[in-house]
Design a protein around this ligand. Structure first.
Ligand code: ADP
Length: 647
């Protein structure tokens, strides 16, 4: 196609300047065009032209087109390749550009640059001609020898490749069918060569020179291939050796690390088995676990059941089958703890102490389950926590609000991936002992659904006659719950399922009066919030009248939860002030704040300590302690939500 063919290229050629790659005669290349002159060439010559002639362009390598068409042309590479533009594809993304597919025809030399704008055009002289070969300086014989040598190397190289690949077979046929003088260019563009080397081949106008230059490139490629084949072979030998050492193992390419992993997992399974054997689980559980571990050993790890079984066994090992805390019940100490933690609630505390005393005497937990019924925030949960504290037991709260599926309590059967134990077994795993205090929170909010009645499952959990062999569906073996102390809470008895209510001793926890709330706030809530926010009584002062203000104007509840939250908000605001004050220099002249006038009636007794609102000028460090008066309340909590008169 190239040298020696009858192609006569036009004597004037538009020039496409390329920098990244070198097009050699007989090969095809894709090139991206985005510089102004090159774009112009594509637009006005390739896209507008209609004749075959107009698709022939000169590709000049090693010359980048200037980014602006006002810039002068750089020095053009002397020799280029006349090419046929086979395809033009335009795109606007990421910026306007064309992609050209060009096939090299023959070399040419620039004789004279005819114009530079809008794209360069030059008068050229075709260099690759058949006459050049026959009329060359060297005798036919000599070149024939050179080309024969080249041909042999080329055949050797191609035959080292995989002949089953169609392109390789085609290349082999081409070696025989193409004129010999075309081979150096074609093979140079196929084998691994740098742009610099390609450029040198392009510049090698004399055929003899071209042959001489490409032979070392071919030899280099052949040596490279030989080395590659050698290393591949030795790797295969290594693999075979590994197979021989471990005849039972399935070995594929690169699987040595997989094997190591498998071995590690195998060790894990052995460890797990050891743990199972040394754990204190019940006999029935041990039997099941040993059976499962046997299955696990035979199972391929890729099976979903492998992970399922392993998780199951790990849970079985972790469960506190025989682990418990020692009860340290002393009624007098219990009374002190309850009194210290809670203000008022006399009736409740009395009943709890009775309950604990009977337990101490009888030394078992059979009997009704205590159920604290009352509005939110009256301290039901917190009494439960105190009971655990007095007994020296772990405490775990199980929220039942909205539970409508019995498998939430009793677990899912292990028949599908994703099955889990129920909340009771999960709770036991969390606390790690088998005698915690479980607070079943909001039993009145249990719901029924198609997935079964959770209340019925709960009955089994709470029934002292049955719960020593509670069977969670996931575990599928009995677990003894008889040591767990259950306490329930509810907002109302009306919605507690009757069968469940029957098992419980309801203790009403009424709401608090304003006075009680104030006491609770000052004895418990405020000290707790101060500690939470890293504040001390020397930094903040909340007078009782302010607390009353919060209770009456900012909250409307039977319990003290919202009151607690508001106190938290106040502490946060004060913490900011204190932190700011620590970083700020005091200013000598203090600004008077007249804004507080209309709130005077709210301001406390003697407003000697600094009020937070008086420090509206943030540049002033607050004086300690910061007094929370009504003005400050308004600042922090916003305008009162409720009217005093209403309460
Ligand atoms: P409930 O479980 O009844 O909804 P919580 O036990 O969560 O309420 O109580 C909310 C907050 O109020 C807790 O921080 C608790 O310590 C506090 N609290 C409630 N009643 C009292 C009380 N009588 N004495 C001290 N703190 C109380």
């Amino acid at each position: 196609m190239a040298a020696g063919s009858a192609i006569q290229i036009p004597t004037r050629l538009p020039l496409l300047l390329t920098h990244e790659s070198v097009l050699l005669p007989g090969s095809t290349m894709r090139t991206s065009v985005d510089s102004p002159r090159n774009m112009q060439l594509v637009r006005s010559r390739l896209l507008k032209g209609t004749s075959l002639r107009s698709t022939i362009i000169g590709v000049i390598p090693n010359t980048s087109d200037p980014t602006s068409d006002c810039d002068d042309l750089p020095n053009l590479h002397r020799i280029g390749t006349a090419a046929l533009a086979v395809q033009v594809v335009g795109s606007n993304w990421p910026k306007p550009h064309y992609t050209l597919l060009v096939t090299g025809l023959c070399r040419f030399q620039i004789l004279q640059l005819l114009k530079e704008k809008p794209y360069p055009v030059a008068e050229v002289q075709q260099l690759d001609r058949l006459e050049q070969f026959t009329n060359g300086h060297k005798s036919e014989e000599e070149l024939g020898e050179l080309s024969e040598q080249f041909y042999k190397y080329a055949v050797q190289l191609v035959e080292m490749l995989d002949m089953s690949v169609p392109a390789v077979a085609k290349l082999r046929r081409l070696l025989d069918n193409l004129p010999r003088e075309a081979l150096p260019d074609i093979l140079t563009s196929i084998i691994r060569t740098s742009n610099q080397e390609k450029l040198q081949i392009l510049d090698a106008v004399r055929l003899e020179e071209r042959f001489k230059m490409t032979i070392p490139l071919l030899v280099r490629q052949i040596e490279g291939l030989k080395l590659l084949q050698k290393t591949r072979k030795s790797k295969q030998d290594d693999d075979k050796r590994v197979v021989a050492i471990r005849p039972n193992r399935r070995i594929t390419h690169g699987s040595i690390t997989e094997d190591e992993e498998e071995e590690e997992d195998h060790d894990d399974v052995v460890m797990l088995e050891k743990k199972i054997r040394t754990s204190s689980m019940s006999e029935q559980a041990l039997k099941v676990c040993l059976k499962e571990i046997k299955r696990l050993k035979k199972m391929p790890q890729s099976m979903p059941e492998y992970a399922l079984t392993r998780n199951y066994l790990e849970l079985m090992v972790e469960l506190p089958w025989n682990k418990s805390t020692k009860d340290r019940l002393e009624i007098r100490a219990a009374r002190i703890v309850l009194d210290n933690d809670h203000y008022a609630m006399e009736k409740l505390k009395k009943r709890v102490l009775e309950y604990l005393a009977v337990r101490q005497l009888k030394n078992n937990l059979k009997g009704p389950i205590l159920c604290f019924v009352g509005p939110p925030g009256v301290g039901k949960t917190s009494v439960g926590r105190s009971i655990a504290k007095t007994l020296g037991r772990e405490f775990h709260r199980i929220a039942l609000g909205g539970v409508c599926d019995q498998s939430d309590i009793r677990g899912h059967r292990r028949t599908y991936v994703g099955s889990m134990p129920g909340r009771i077994i999960n709770g036991l795993k969390t606390v790690g002992v088998n005698n915690p205090v479980f607070l079943l929170d909001e039993v009145d909010k249990l719901a029924k659904s198609l997935q079964g009645d959770p209340a019925a499952a709960l009955l089994e959990v709470l029934d002292p006659e049955q719960n020593h062999s509670f069977t969670d569906h996931y575990l599928n073996v009995a677990f003894d719950l008889s040591q767990v102390l259950f306490i329930a809470t509810a907002n109302t008895t009306a919605t507690i399922p009757p069968a469940l209510l029957d098992r419980m001793e309801v203790i009403q926890v009424p709401g608090y009066t304003q006075e009680e709330k104030i006491e609770i706030a000052h004895r418990h809530l405020i000290p707790k919030q101060l500690e939470l926010h890293g504040l001390t009584p020397q930094q903040i002062q909340i007078p009782q009248v302010t607390t009353l203000g919060i209770i009456t104007r900012y909250t409307r509840e039977a319990g003290v939860r919202a009151l607690d939250r508001k106190l938290g908000a106040i502490c946060r605001a004060v913490a900011v002030k204190v932190a700011e004050g620590q970083h700020r220099e005091a200013k000598p002249d203090r600004a008077e704040v007249g804004e507080g006038e209309d709130c005077k009636e709210h301001i406390t007794e003697d407003a000697k300590p600094e009020s937070i609102s008086d420090t509206a000028d943030l540049s002033l460090p607050p004086e300690m302690p910061i007094l929370i008066d009504f003005h400050a309340l308004k600042d922090i909590l916003g305008p009162p939500m409720y009217d005093m008169e209403v309460t």
